[in-house]
Design a protein around this ligand. Structure first.
Ligand code: GLC
Length: 640
């Protein structure tokens, strides 16, 4: 049952007798839970496991802290907080931000100053020493790694967040554990039960069958999808790095244990669970083992169970796949609205970078205009950068429709961003480049990719101005696009690439670390007193965030429409709410661009005189019938 239906049911309830509400939620969801469970684990063999699940749910509910049960109740009554215009997010590495959890606690005033009230903390649980994929190789799902502090520090932080109205998102690395996880250690010692928690094989016959159709995630550093483990004399599936073992969800015991871990994670005060790499959850020979229908059933099963036990918690899908595949993680047909409430808008992100490099918006329109509408209780996380690389996941047939060759186009983008074109302002790095296929991805901080690093190095004032304008425009888009805008820590002050990873043996093979910088508190301490690119970016974002929070039209009620302007350098979309409207127009070109303004008039933006641009604070006059935008300008036009 989706959030709205539950909300209606709960608003009718006077009592908040916890157990009664739990029973009600179980009764409403049980049919779908049972159906999904038996679709994955056939009824004939797995009645016993289903009974185990039925016994587990009330146990998990009993363990949930009272304060959070109350919060669940309040959230169900008050509707979907994650679609509100009041929410603005930031993603950060605790150790790079301010040392540890206690240090982060002290920075709550900084978030308030900027207007951020939703935080995604990168993994903080125990992980192997040395390489650990930034903590995405998990030794334990619940134990805080000493370098971040203790479980008490986390609890005190989440409690402070609640008091300060800050929502918390943590990862649930649901697809794999590290090779040091207790199950993996037991498997290595020969324990058959735990060998069956992973995909392990005595010889390479089945792995070879899988390999025929499995793509590679890290072809440069971790080629192949299986690793031979001499300790157990078996092969194990390792789709990501060789120290990340894929969990075998065809074993219902794995699902039950992982559900327990998931609920206990939320019991620490996590509001949003980031379901990491969820597209990979189900494997099948003869397929790419991504986005399989069983993966969707499994996610929905997790979701329904969470809905019963901890209904105030929501799920975010980290599915960096094609636009039409991403949308499926909101759930389709009977699962519609019953998978993840939020998903990364990876399509928007990748298309923005395409538009920056090409200075054109045609692919943006083509790609986003045919994506089906999302369910109304679901929303996006809109972002321009995160800790990962930028993948060029555009649809080939759309590139071809524009008369471009997809391979050559991708090559151009890699050349543009990864310092293979003299004239390009971008300073990015090639990630996982495969010379055989020419495939590759891009790393680098937003500011460096948008030209600030080169502008500073060459002391080029014009380039500097453009880079700052681009950084602001890109953020202006994600702040207005509907859903949760997620700023990547450091981008609010235009932080450049950090090359220190090259000196660290555990990081040097993975250049995603170039865009995982230390938060620069020295720069931040001077923001108010200096006229610098950093203060311009910070102050503008601060203002845009404040403006967003004041205008309910920014809330996501599926109220977004893209508009063609007839000018291929311009992107325009409108957000509407009853008779209110906000028209966003931006120029991706390095030259001024002009558009005909009659359609803006038709939309009613001039019915009460000249409309206000909320970005510049100035009124926009259209007496000439034309609207001109300077390079990389973004306008938020408000319908009076
Ligand atoms: C996700 C994370 C990425 C990690 C991968 C494997 O894609 O964002 O950083 O490498 O999962 O866990």
């Amino acid at each position: 049952m989706n959030q709205t239906s539950l909300h209606k049911l709960f608003s009718q309830k006077k009592s908040k007798n916890n157990k009664e509400l739990f029973d009600l939620r179980l009764a409403t969801n049980i049919t779908l839970i049972q159906k999904q469970f038996f679709s994955l684990y056939p009824e004939q063999q797995h009645q016993k496991h289903f009974q185990k699940l039925l016994d587990l749910l009330p146990k998990l509910f009993t363990l949930r802290p009272e304060e959070l049960k109350q919060q669940d109740f309040d959230r169900l009554k008050s509707g979907n907080w994650y679609q509100s215009e009041k929410i603005v997010g930031m993603q950060l590495y605790v150790e790079h931000f301010n040392k540890d959890l206690k240090g982060l606690h002290k920075r709550i005033p900084y978030f308030k100053k900027l207007g951020v009230n939703f935080l995604h903390l990168m993994p903080i649980t125990t992980r192997p020493k040395g390489e650990s994929d930034g903590g995405y190789a998990v030794n334990n799902y619940l134990q805080v790694d000493k370098k971040y502090g203790s479980k008490e520090d986390l609890l005190s932080l989440t409690s402070a967040f609640r008091k300060n109205g800050i929502y918390l998102m943590l990862d649930f690395v649901v697809n794999h554990t590290s090779n040091e996880f207790s199950w993996a250690k037991k498997a290595m010692k020969g324990d058959k039960k735990y060998q069956n928690y992973y995909y392990t094989f005595e010889d390479s016959t089945i792995p070879a069958e899988f390999e025929k159709t499995l793509p590679e995630v890290f072809p440069e550093t971790s080629p192949g999808n299986f690793t031979y483990v001499p300790e157990m004399k078996r092969w194990v599936m390792t789709v990501f790095n060789n120290y990340q073992w894929d969990l075998n969800y065809s074993n219902p015991e794995v699902f039950l244990e992982m559900l327990t871990n998931l609920v206990k994670l939320t019991d620490m005060g996590v509001d949003v669970v980031r379901f990491d790499a969820l597209a990979f959850l189900w494997k099948k020979i003869g397929t790419a083992s991504q986005n399989l229908p069983e993966a969707h059933n499994l996610i929905s099963l997790f979701r329904m169970c969470l809905q019963v036990v901890a209904p105030g918690t929501i799920l975010l899908a980290e599915a960096i796949v094609a636009p039409t595949d991403i949308i499926k993680y909101f759930g389709e047909e009977e699962k519609r609205g019953n998978e993840c409430e939020v998903a990364y808008n990876a399509s928007l992100m990748a298309l923005l970078w395409n538009s920056i490099a090409t200075k054109k918006t045609e692919l943006f329109y083509k790609s986003l205009m045919h994506v089906p509408a999302k369910p109304k209780d679901c929303t996006w996380t809109n972002y321009i950068r995160c800790h990962d690389d930028i993948g060029l996941g555009y649809e080939n047939h759309l590139i071809e429709e524009m008369g471009w060759n997809p391979e050559m186009h991708r090559k151009f983008l890699l050349d543009y961003y990864c310092q293979r074109l003299d004239w390009s302002p971008a300073t990015g790095m090639l990630f996982m480049y495969n010379p055989k296929t020419g495939d590759g991805r891009i790393t680098g901080s937003a500011a460096s990719l948008l030209g600030l690093e080169k502008a500073i190095a060459t002391k080029n004032e014009g380039l500097m101005e453009q880079a700052v304008a681009k950084i602001i425009m890109m953020h202006g888009i994600i702040l207005a696009f509907g859903g949760i805008p997620m700023i990547y820590a450091g981008d609010e002050i235009g932080t450049l690439n950090d090359y220190s990873f090259k000196k660290d043996v555990s990081k040097k093979e993975d250049n995603r670390w170039v865009n995982r910088p230390m938060q620069n508190w020295d720069v931040i301490s001077k923001l108010n007193n200096e006229i610098s690119p950093e203060s311009k970016i910070f102050q503008t974002l601060q203002k845009l965030i404040k403006t967003r929070k004041e205008q309910p039209v920014f809330a996501d009620t599926n109220n977004l429409e893209l508009y063609h302007t007839g000018n291929n350098h311009i992107l325009s979309f409108e957000r509407t709410q009853e008779n209110k409207g906000l028209l966003v127009i931006c120029n991706f070109d390095e030259n001024p661009q002009v558009i005909d303004s009659s359609w803006i008039k038709k939309l009613g933006y001039f019915s009460k005189g000249e409309p206000l641009d909320l970005v510049s604070g100035e009124k926009i006059g259209l007496s000439s019938g034309l609207l001109e935008l300077i390079p990389y300008q973004i306008i938020w036009l408000k319908k009076a």
